[in-house]
Design a protein around this ligand. Structure first.
Ligand SMILES: Nc1ncnc2c1ncn2[C@@H]1O[C@H](COP(=O)(O)OP(=O)(O)OP(=O)(O)O)[C@@H](O)[C@H]1O
Ligand SMILES: [Mg+2]
Length: 268
């Protein structure tokens, strides 16, 4: 899908010339990056390219040394984490940690309550309408994320792929404006990866998603726009094919012989 078609959507996140240094090392180097409403975008790059650091800047984990970050046009560059929470940002950006001694469905119920705590828990318990809605949402999440068969299982007995699907389900139950995922496929087997990609694929068009991944093969069927990072900079941005052909991507990112095998590993 051409990147141009995405440009018309509302700009949700905009990073303008952001730089982050760790001592002498420039982890993110004057990066410009935008994410539009309902866009499904991926960032790839070799080890140490700066993907996680950029991700942390966008989510407010730390402020950039230079540059600005806008959230729906508002400057959040220096916003403290609690200010971001008040704006509805932080909770939208992080995978929720699970309660490993509770069941899958209990975790989903808690995720829903936590996300809708504007009305107090007591209020929710007393409000039949809201309670019904939470139950409906949890049942829908169990279905959507393929968790129905393990709904009563304690989280600590889940496989890694099931746990990852639960984490994403919990994040989605919070009704985030943006789902930001840093290597959600790390450590999973090929079949578990397919399961997670299936549930993420089901969100396309309904949700703004930014997914950071090491391997391009994991995201190529899924993202509408790809951004390639190398040594702290964005070296290509656009459609998958376009990025694939980009001379600097070929030079800096691919290992050409690995590319020929079809499953391309990042250099480095
Ligand atoms: N907290 C930190 N303190 C010091 N250096 C850091 C810190 N975080 C990242 N770096 C350095 O910044 C560079 C970019 O790291 P980053 O984690 O952003 O890369 P990445 O693209 O996410 O890599 P990977 O694919 O391995 O996850 C690396 O050289 C890393 O060593
Ligand atoms: Mg990383």
């Amino acid at each position: 899908m051409p990147a141009a078609s995405m440009e018309s959507g509302t700009e949700i996140i905009k990073a303008d010339g952001v730089t982050k240094r760790f001592g002498a090392m420039t982890a993110v180097d004057r990066v410009h990056y935008s994410l539009h409403e309902n866009e499904v975008a991926g960032i790839i790059g070799s080890n140490g390219a700066g993907k996680t650091t950029l991700f942390n800047l966008l989510t407010g984990y730390y402020p950039p040394d230079e540059g600005t970050i806008l959230y729906r046009g508002k400057d959040v560059t220096r916003a403290k984490p609690e200010d971001r929470v008040a704006m509805g940002m932080t909770r939208t950006f992080q995978l929720t940690s699970t309660f490993d001694n509770l069941s899958v469905s209990d975790n989903l119920v808690l995720a829903f309550f936590r996300a809708h705590r504007k009305s107090s828990l007591l209020h929710l318990l007393l409000n039949t309408c809201k309670r019904q809605r939470s139950q409906d949402r949890v049942v829908a999440a169990l279905e959507t994320f393929g968790l129905q068969p393990v709904r009563d299982r304690q989280v600590r007995h889940l496989g890694l792929g099931e746990k990852r699907r639960l984490e994403i389900a919990m994040a989605v139950l919070a009704e985030p404006e943006v789902l930001l995922l840093d290597e959600p496929l790390a450590g999973l087997s090929e079949s578990e990866i397919r399961g997670v990609l299936d549930v993420l694929g089901g969100r396309v068009g309904k949700q703004t998603i930014l997914i950071v991944e090491h391997k391009i093969s994991h995201v190529k069927d899924f993202v509408q726009r790809l951004t390639v990072m190398h040594e702290g900079r964005i070296i290509a941005d656009g459609g998958y094919e376009e990025c694939l052909r980009h001379p600097e991507v070929r030079r800096s990112y691919w290992q050409i012989d690995a590319a020929a095998e079809g499953d391309v590993h990042a250099a480095g």
